[in-house]
Design a protein. Structure first.
Length: 337
């Protein structure tokens, strides 16, 4: 979503002129920016209290340096950053399209074929992130963007710096209840298997409209994540075995991203990978005019927010699969709800 700038917002950050607000998260505000050469970026400005936390800048600098090495086709790459300035910031590529959270809330669960393509793209994106020595730590529907040529993973690899500050100050854990792994919920060390667990939860949301541990207060969700089995009964048959393996409580029992990609088969070009209503919505997610944005947040005719940021080139998986997935239906079959 692109909102107009507010009183007190900066006009620029680093070399980027700010055009509008894209949102806010646990680490700070996110703005839509434009470079002198006309490139659009999403600029994340870190909260002043975090920037002033002892040791934060050093941790943040390490994470940003690692994030800049990620070059996966299904990720929104880090384009620029300043970790030593008065207010630390980083910029990632901007790509028009809704988040998975917004798309499902507005249009309902995705069809099986779309979920298959989503699974392949996210697994490949996580593989690139892990290859750079990073763990996402906060993979959730709002951190997955749906572009015309496939999904993108955003906000990867930079939450650890803030997480260390939160743990020190409050003893709590950063993350999204219902999508974090049991080991993360318990404050234990996390690695790539933690992201695989979150992937299983995200795919459940995409296919059914709800996470595998339901909804409710944070303590209740964390208890279910740690102690109760996930609800996968509404998942369509082709994706259910893979998701259940991802959601194993024991990290050692979860498949690696390479196993997931092998189970999903050789991906094909992601053409028309989304259902028609969402494809029509994507055409309305064009970047704002050169003059910038103004006024209150807007929505398109499909009820989705006006714009979001992402980029990459994805691929659709083969629908004739076995192994972890079992047989797959035709591309047009809807997901079970």
């Amino acid at each position: 979503m692109v909102e107009g700038m507010r009183a007190g917002d900066p006009q620029s950050v680093g070399p980027y002129r700010l055009l509008g607000r894209l949102g806010a998260g646990g680490m700070g505000q996110v703005f839509l920016g434009r470079s002198a050469g006309g490139r659009l970026v999403a600029v994340k400005v870190i909260r002043p209290d975090l920037a002033g936390e002892p040791g934060f800048r050093a941790r943040f600098a390490r994470e940003v340096a690692a994030a800049r090495t990620v070059c996966g086709l299904f990720t929104a790459p880090v384009a620029d950053a300043d970790v030593q300035g008065p207010v630390p910031w980083l910029a990632t590529a901007y790509v028009a399209g809704p988040s998975l959270a917004d798309a499902v809330d507005a249009q309902g669960p995705l069809p099986v074929a779309s979920v298959m393509t989503l699974a392949a793209g996210l697994a490949e994106g996580l593989e690139a992130i892990h290859a750079a020595g990073l763990v996402h730590r906060d993979l959730k529907p709002s951190n997955v963007l749906l572009a015309e040529d496939g999904p993108r993973v955003i906000d990867f690899g930079i939450s650890r710096a803030a997480e260390a500050s939160v743990l020190t100050q409050t003893g709590t854990v950063m993350g999204s209840p219902g999508f974090m792994s049991p080991e993360q919920a318990q404050g234990r060390e996390v690695g790539p298997p933690s992201d695989v667990f979150s992937l299983g939860a995200v795919l459940t949301f995409a296919a059914t409209g709800q996470g595998p541990f339901g909804t409710g207060a944070t303590p209740a969700l964390i208890y279910r994540v740690v102690h109760q089995p996930p609800d996968t009964t509404r998942l369509p048959g082709p994706i259910r075995p893979l998701v259940e393996r991802c959601l194993a409580k024991d990290p050692g029992q979860r498949p690696a991203t390479t196993d997931l990609l092998a189970a999903l088969g050789d991906p094909q070009p992601a053409e028309d990978w989304l259902p028609a209503p969402l494809t029509e919505v994507l055409s309305r997610y064009a970047p704002p005019p050169t003059g910038g944005t103004s006024g209150p947040p807007g929505t398109d005719g499909g009820g989705l927010p006006a714009a979001a940021h992402r980029r990459g080139r994805p691929a659709a998986p083969d629908t004739g699969r076995g192994g972890l997935l079992g047989p797959a239906p035709g591309r047009g079959n809807p997901a079970a709800t």
